[in-house]
Design a protein around this ligand. Sequence first.
Ligand code: G1P
Length: 289
Amino acid sequence: MDITKVVIPVAGWGTRSLPATKNIPKEMLPIYKKPVVQYVVEEAIQTGLTDVIFVNNQNKKIIEDHFDYNFILENLLERKGKPELLKEIRDVAEMANIISVRQKLQLGLGHAVLCAREVVKNEPFAVMVGDDLMFGVDPGIQQLVDVAKAERMAVVGVVEVPQEKVDRYGIINGEEYVPGIFRVRSVVEKPAVEDAPSRMAIVGRYVLTPEVFDHLDKVEPGVGGEIQLTDALERLAAENRLLAVRMRGRRFDAGDWAEYLTANIYFALQDEELRDGLVANLLELLPCK
Ligand code: G1P
């Protein structure tokens, strides 16, 4: 089973990040030196996914442009004798095949995935949420692709979240049949804290089988009046066709300001040129000093 396509829904409005995202897609906000979406695409590429399908709206053209050549800038860098920078920006243009589909109405994550149906066709494919970042030993989506290939089933990535946060996520109910892998019995989107079947929350990483499109075609609007991907996953779970993998590594939700800022510091601390100055500045800012 070969998996080469990844769907990255990027048509959301990013209201959590306003006013920064009034005219800039939330996926283009920088974390350290790169826009958020570049980390997501790099994770896909490291996993061997070569065809990136952006599900976008009319304001997101800048995302595709980021993964394309910019001849004027390249020319300038060439003339100014900046070969490293030139290579860096050319590499971004050459890292993936970019395919765009429009989500003309923002009817939910499930609807966004359904918009990619004609491009994905009849193959298993990955879905990566454009503002969820995962860093660790293995690329996040690789952890799911490995299990999906071995088990020939759809797989979702999960992490354990505190009880009071379960109402922000899709929550699975299932049993861990080998360490780190769950057979999913049911899934519920954003349950009330007291109703959640577990604390295992779906993060923005999925490997899906094409039968999910038939389910998405049929599901009615769910939580928030949206076509929920979780509701289609619930149908896969009911047919015993869904696994979950406990994801290893650190996750950042770039739509949450505290996590967004932490992610910036996380990367900056890995840059030897920046580290000492940054730590000194942060210590100076600490109010308890
Ligand atoms: C979406 C999914 C939810 C999942 C979450 C992960 O919710 O519907 O099941 O847990 O992504 O980021 P959203 O954050 O778009 O409301």
